[in-house]
Ligand binder design. Structure first.
Ligand SMILES: Cc1cc2nc3c(=O)[nH]c(=O)nc-3n(C[C@H](O)[C@H](O)[C@H](O)COP(=O)(O)OP(=O)(O)OC[C@H]3O[C@@H](n4cnc5c(N)ncnc54)[C@H](O)[C@@H]3O)c2cc1C
Length: 285
């Protein structure tokens, strides 16, 4: 399929990009790597009047150390994430999840920010952003605002980004203390989307679990935190029995769909099993 005709803009700064969006007419789409946008345009499920290509906005690409947090530009590709030493040191959970995303070709073009802005509940990186308490830095005509990941994902393929706004960068607080992390993904074949996945970050203190943060992929219309399991783990023994009991609550508060890949009750089962595995590994068991 061939997309409908569109005007094309290729800004080089965030300011130029915002201007190009404002000037682009009724229906403007920004393009990161085009990995989700181009297929949708080819199917004519989207037919924007203007495409604003962010590929030359270099200030939106790369990773920097900002003291207590890493700042990852929205245009940082999945490949860039996988080879970045700062992310390897301070956000290994993001590395583990990104390794499971698609194949080399998609990882070479697809971006961290594009994946988050696309907000597919089967996407692997949103659950990681939730588990790491990331913050989204959003630019618009009125300036910049920062939104916690917990408030960014609003519904299926929907974020809190308003028309004309850009996700510019993502702040990922560094984990301080005795943290372990693990991303557990269940898919039918290698390199496929998650049927369910779990991103776990666990802080241990004196043989106990002081804090657990658990993001769930594909257990509802948005990525979710496994809040009942997190609450059950706070202060619990770092033992296999305590983790298994807490993981039994992983599907509470979720609303997975049934589709050709899995029924909802099977997804709930997967959430419990993968949470037990992810938390056990993150806790060092
Ligand atoms: C074959 C295939 C397999 C895949 N498998 C997986 C997988 O296993 N796991 C997984 O997590 N993902 C998977 N993906 C998705 C991949 O992770 C891409 O990152 C994702 O499709 C987004 O692509 P992109 O960065 O090129 O964004 P684009 O396709 O360019 O944009 C996606 C959407 O986000 C908007 N957007 C992009 N950037 C911004 C921004 N900075 N600010 C505001 N809005 C923005 C665009 O307007 C568009 O609506 C797969 C993709 C493909 C094609």
């Amino acid at each position: 399929m061939i997309p409908a005709a569109f005007a094309y803009a290729r800004p080089t700064t965030v300011e130029e990009a915002l201007q190009a969006i404002a000037d682009g007419g009724e229906d403007v789409k920004v393009m990161a790597g085009g990995q989700s946008l181009i297929p949708v345009m080819r199917l004519r499920m989207a037919a924007p009047e203007t495409v604003v290509d962010l590929v030359s906005v270099s200030e939106m690409r790369g990773v920097r150390d900002d003291g207590d947090a890493l700042v990852v530009g929205a245009m940082t590709t999945h490949h860039d994430v996988l080879v970045d030493p700062l992310i390897a040191e301070h956000a290994p959970l993001l590395v583990q999840a990104t390794e499971t995303v698609a194949d080399r070709q998609v990882r070479a073009r697809g971006t961290f920010g594009g994946a988050l802005a696309h907000a597919d509940p089967a996407g692997d990186l949103a659950a990681v952003a939730l588990a790491l308490d990331a913050e989204m830095v959003i630019a618009g005509s009125g300036g910049r605002r920062t939104v916690p990941a917990a408030d960014f994902f609003v519904d299926y393929l929907t974020t809190c980004l308003e028309e004309g706004e850009l996700l510019v960068e993502v702040r990922i607080p560094k984990l301080r203390g005795e943290w372990g992390v693990r991303y557990e993904k269940f898919n039918r074949v290698a390199q496929a989307w998650s049927i369910v996945a779990v991103a776990a970050a666990v802080r241990r203190e004196n043989g106990h679990i002081a804090e657990a943060r658990i993001g769930l992929t594909n257990m509802g219309s948005t990525p979710l935190r496994a809040q009942a399991t997190e609450a059950a783990l706070a202060g619990a023994d770092a033992s296999a029995a305590a983790i298994a009991a807490a993981a039994e609550r992983a599907a509470e508060g979720t609303s997975p769909t049934s589709d050709l890949n899995a029924q909802a009750d099977y997804r709930e089962h997967l959430a419990r099993v993968l949470t037990r595995r992810a938390v056990s590994a993150a806790a060092g068991l």
